[in-house]
Structures are given as structure tokens and as C-alpha cells.
Write a protein that binds this ligand. Structure first.
Ligand code: ADP
Length: 261
């Protein structure tokens, strides 16, 4: 906050200063309430895998030596919960990093090339096909390439998790912007959940999301990345039909200059 020059010249100004002070306090309170909620949610999310790990470790300590059949199940459970905790802590650190904006490396990024490379890379983990459809061979957005890739991975990860069919990426150019849509024909998202899916830790179906390794942090990280790019992130979805997540980014100046020439 900037240092306030608190020197009222009239009653009117005194009133205005009081008003500004109250508004500032409201903003601060909201900020701290959000922080506190994040810490509470984060602790809760970490507690679940820890409880499972503790349970299996206790069982191993008591009976593990005499019951080798317990070993495989326990080691598998402890391993997968530890992997989950690692993912959670990595994502929470990403969200808590205040340097996000300061360390951006903004350049002209060919979105078509990035989508094709990322899709190829994702195909190693998933079976479905990912088709990239673009208006032209190269489409340049002004972005930090590694953050944009991270955002794309989050959207593709979700599309591939919540849909069994092929995924489509549509890339288009507008006057000053570039848009990229990740389209799936999967389970879709109920209308009442659509406004919440970008909230931290929010999951539509908690039980299923846990089975799929979901943490509920992916889309809030995606939103954070798009905010620091001054871009947009929209979703359209229909239960049973599928979802379309559309990212909008500023067009790279190099491209705009080329167009005008
Ligand atoms: P998660 O790690 O659970 O995927 P996200 O923040 O990425 O967390 O997504 C939040 C929730 O939004 C998911 O748990 C899921 O219920 C829903 N969701 C996100 N993407 C899709 C999609 N493509 N299709 C259906 N549901 C989705």
C-alpha cells in the first residue's frame, strides 16, 4: 500500500478519508480470509493422504513381518499417496509464488508448434488421439512459453481424464488476439458447477476426482497463468456431451507488424 497523506482540509475530506480507510480494511480482511481458507483447505487436503500413509505404516509395523501378503498392498498405497502429496505440494507452491508476474519471459510463441509438441508429449501417458486444427501453419501469441505449456498441459490432462474419446485443439486468430480451445466429448460439467471449477480445491465429483489423481488445483493454476498474461479463459460445457475450454491471448506484436506491412 502507498503511504497515505492523512491531512484533511475540511470535514468532507475527513469523511472521504474515513471511507477510504474502511474500504482498505475490507480489502485486507477479505485478503486474509481468503489466505486463511487456503491454508485450511490445503491442510485438509494434505491430511487425507497422510492419514492413509500412517494407517498402512502402522499396519506394516504391527503385522508386516509375519504377513508378507500385506506388504504389496501397503507399499503400493503408501507410494501412491506420497505421489499425490508431492503433486499437491508442488501445485500449492506454484499458487503461493508471489514472483509469478515478475519472472515472466514474454516472447512471440508459435501456438501451433507448442500445441503439436505438447500433444505428442502427452500421448506418451494417454491413449486417446489429440488433433491440432489451426487456421494457419503458425500462429503467434505474446506469452511466456513455459507457462503457456503448463496451462495447456492442465487443460489437456483434464480433457484426457474426463473423456475417453479423441481430443481436439482448435487454434484461431482474431484481430488482436489468438484463441486456443481444448475440446473434449467427455462427461461434461453441470451448469451449477461451472462457476466454481476455477476455485482452489474445487472438484465436481470428489470421489471420482480422487481416483483420477485430481487435486482440484489445476484450473486455479490455469486461471492464475492466464491472468498474468492479461488473457481470458472461458468454458462451455454440457453434461454427457463434453467441454470446451478456450484460452485467449494477446497476439504477438511481430505478427501484427507483419500483417500491417
Ligand atoms: P482436478 O485436479 O480435479 O482435475 P481442476 O482444477 O483441473 O482439478 O478441475 C476442477 C474440476 O473441474 C475437476 O475435478 C472436474 O470435476 C472438473 N473438470 C475440469 N475439466 C474438465 C473436463 N474437461 N471435463 C469434465 N470435467 C472437468
Amino acid at each position: 500500500f502507498k503511504k497515505l497523506e492523512l491531512q484533511a482540509k475540511s470535514n468532507d475530506e475527513l469523511y472521504q478519508m474515513g471511507d477510504t480507510f474502511n474500504k482498505m480494511m475490507d480489502i485486507l480482511q477479505l485478503h486474509f480470509a481468503k489466505q486463511q481458507q487456503f491454508v485450511l483447505d490445503a491442510s485438509h487436503e494434505l491430511k487425507t493422504p497422510l492419514t492413509v500413509i500412517e494407517g498402512y505404516a502402522t499396519m506394516l509395523k504391527r503385522w508386516g513381518m509375519n504377513k508378507p501378503e500385506l506388504l504389496e498392498e501397503s507399499v503400493e498405497a503408501i507410494y501412491s499417496e506420497a505421489v499425490r502429496m508431492k503433486k499437491l505440494t508442488r501445485q500449492m507452491l506454484m499458487l503461493a509464488n508471489p514472483d509469478e508476474e515478475a519472472n515472466l519471459d514474454m516472447r512471440a510463441v508459435d501456438v501451433v508448434e507448442l500445441c503439436e509438441e505438447t500433444s505428442k508429449w502427452m500421448r506418451r501417458t494417454y491413449e486417446q488421439e489429440i488433433r491440432v486444427e489451426a487456421q494457419s501453419a503458425a500462429v503467434y501469441a505474446l506469452a511466456d512459453e513455459s507457462r503457456l505449456k503448463q496451462l495447456l498441459v492442465i487443460l489437456l490432462d483434464n480433457a484426457l481424464t474426463y473423456s475417453q474419446k479423441a481430443i481436439r485443439i482448435e487454434i484461431a486468430e482474431q484481430r488482436d488476439t489468438v484463441s486456443l480451445s481444448v475440446i473434449d466429448q467427455g462427461v461434461g460439467i453441470p451448469e451449477e458447477d461451472l462457476v466454481h471449477i476455477f476455485d482452489r480445491f474445487y472438484r465436481v465429483d470428489k470421489a471420482r476426482a480422487r481416483d483420477t489423481g485430481g487435486t482440484g488445483l489445476g484450473l486455479s493454476i490455469a486461471k492464475r497463468i492466464i491472468d498474468v498474461h492479461n488473457g481470458g479463459l472461458d468454458v462451455q460445457s454440457e453434461v454427457g456431451a463434453g467441454s470446451r475450454f478456450t484460452v485467449t491471448l494477446p497476439k504477438a506484436a511481430r505478427e501484427k507488424a507483419g500483417e500491417n506491412a
